[in-house]
Design a protein around this ligand. Structure first.
Ligand code: ATP
Ligand code: MG
Ligand code: FE
Length: 339
């Protein structure tokens, strides 16, 4: 089985060819950092235009890389949400056009399902159910992944996502955009104990996350400490919060023999290391995808497409792009939180 995957929900344009037996035959990615850097964040209109320009040559490139053509694919998978609607539409409409032209089925993929299933692409032994910490630019959730399309949300953030906190902290510290990798590099040069910072919701009976207060505390401390010490102390506080909340969820989910982390923040070495130790302490296996599969890419969309296609889940060509699309639509709303 061969799936073409397309991703365009934020500021990465990507295409990939992935097989049902976990071979990534080709994957290409075009970032837009330079276009957005002057604004300190992603500008939706600039992103959508950049996707329009970048996507067709990326698709041609993955077919050339793999020595294959559209006629060889079994289905076309495209991100259909959640994300910046202009960008999502570019990838989804392109996927629909290719599927229609080649008479192939379309799989409309939830970007979060791409992140959630990506560890099964890199680890053939990862079986359901598993406890997933999904930490990305727009989300911070603990999910019980029970199967393809079966996600039970145990916790979410009541304010900022973890990646958003990294990005805002990077901005406060003048470290540039995108923020996560810049904060991680600065943190490596600083003292994580230098700045006393809060650990919002640590030890709380409720299962959720919160990062807005942490970011505000960093804002108040700017100027009183080096950016390296602030970055290190911030990162240590985030790791502490992630660990505390994940430990709570592990205790509540004995059926999950594996702890899994995915999403852009899963590329952070301190986060990965701490979660690996936590899993060991709880007698669970730990799985984290390789770094390139943590941040946005199309291989994870192709793989989620492969999993859905194998389960008989395909979509009509008039399927809509969705700016908001919770993985667990049955989850109760949480204070100010989105999905
Ligand atoms: P979502 O997946 O929630 O829709 P997104 O697609 O924008 O959001 P991802 O691409 O999964 O998010 O992740 C990007 C986020 O990961 C950014 O906030 C970025 O700062 C963060 N990130 C990337 N690398 C690192 C790192 N090494 N350390 C910490 N954070 C990181
Ligand atoms: Mg991005
Ligand atoms: Fe993402």
């Amino acid at each position: 089985m061969l799936i073409l995957g397309l991703e365009s929900s934020c500021d990465e344009t990507a295409a990939a060819l992935v097989t049902g037996d976990r071979r990534v035959l080709a994957h290409r990615l075009a970032g837009q950092e330079a276009a957005h850097a002057p604004y300190g964040g992603v500008v939706p209109e600039i992103a959508a235009r950049a996707h329009v320009e970048a996507l067709p040559p990326l698709i041609e490139a993955v077919f050339a890389d793999a020595g294959l053509t559209l006629a060889d694919v079994d289905a076309v998978a495209a991100t259909a949400g959640p994300g910046l609607i202009g960008g999502v539409m570019v990838g989804l409409v392109t996927g629909k056009a290719l599927a229609h032209a080649a008479n192939k089925p379309l799989v409309a993929v939830n970007h979060l399902e791409g992140h959630a299933l990506s560890p099964r692409l890199s680890d053939p032994d990862l079986d359901f159910p598993y406890l997933l910490l999904l930490v990305s630019g727009g989300h911070c959730q603990l999910l019980l992944v029970e199967g393809v399309g079966a996600y039970r949300r145990l916790a979410t953030t009541i304010d900022d996502a973890a990646g958003e906190a990294f990005d805002k902290t990077a901005k406060l510290l003048g470290l540039g955009f995108p923020g996560g990798p810049a904060v991680e590099r600065a943190a490596a040069l600083g003292n994580p104990h230098a700045v006393p910072l809060p650990r919002p919701l640590k030890g709380a009976a409720e299962p959720h996350f919160s990062f807005a207060g942490l970011k505000s505390a960093v804002a108040r401390a700017v100027g009183e400490h080096s950016s390296e010490d602030l970055a290190a102390s911030f990162q240590a506080a985030v790791v502490d919060c992630l660990l505390d909340r994940t430990a709570r969820a592990l205790a509540a989910a004995p059926q999950a023999s594996t702890l899994v982390v995915a999403g852009g923040v899963a590329a952070n070495a301190a986060v990965r290391g701490a979660l690996s130790d936590l899993a060991a302490a709880h007698g669970r296996r730990f799985v984290a995808p390789p770094l390139w599969l943590c941040t946005d890419n199309a291989a994870m969309i192709a793989w989620a497409g492969a999993e859905r296609f194998a389960a008989g889940l395909v979509d009509p060509l008039d399927v809509a792009a969705r700016p908001r699309w919770p993985l667990d639509p049955g989850a109760a709303p949480v204070r100010g939180a989105g999905v």
